[in-house]
Design a protein around this ligand. Structure first.
Ligand code: ZN
Ligand code: ZN
Length: 122
């Protein structure tokens, strides 16, 4: 008799989306929520999960937030249906902030005040 045991970190996506205006890049983005947890597997079947951490990634600029676990669990159980900014802690902000013109959609990493394509103010 022998056991095949293992411990891994695994990522599970949580089926929740919310469209928001991004604080970081200013464009419309979606929160995508996922969980990282440690999993004990026995014969490659997960038997125990612990150390759950929840994160939110912005679809627009891939800014990463940590989501407080009470809110995350309420979301999973369907008790709430939105994430508020105070539930999030910024972890990683994308280095190059880019601007996107709301009139023509032009994107630039330069710190222009006016859009070089259509001339409207960013
Ligand atoms: Zn963004
Ligand atoms: Zn423009």
């Amino acid at each position: 008799m022998f056991f095949v045991m293992g411990i891994n970190d695994r990522r599970e996506d949580i089926d929740f989306t919310q469209t928001v205006i991004c604080d970081v890049c200013g464009s419309y983005g979606r929160y995508s929520v996922f969980m990282i947890c440690s999993v004990l597997t026995l014969f490659f079947i997960p038997v125990f999960k612990w150390n759950k951490r929840y994160y939110v990634e912005m679809s627009c600029c891939h800014t990463l937030y940590e989501l407080n676990s009470e809110t995350a669990e309420a979301l999973i159980y369907g008790d709430i249906n939105e994430i508020r900014p105070e539930d999030l802690t910024l972890i990683k902000q994308n280095n190059h902030s880019y601007k996107r013109c709301t009139y023509c959609g032009y994107e630039t990493e330069e710190n222009f005040e006016f859009c070089p394509k259509c001339g409207n103010r960013f």
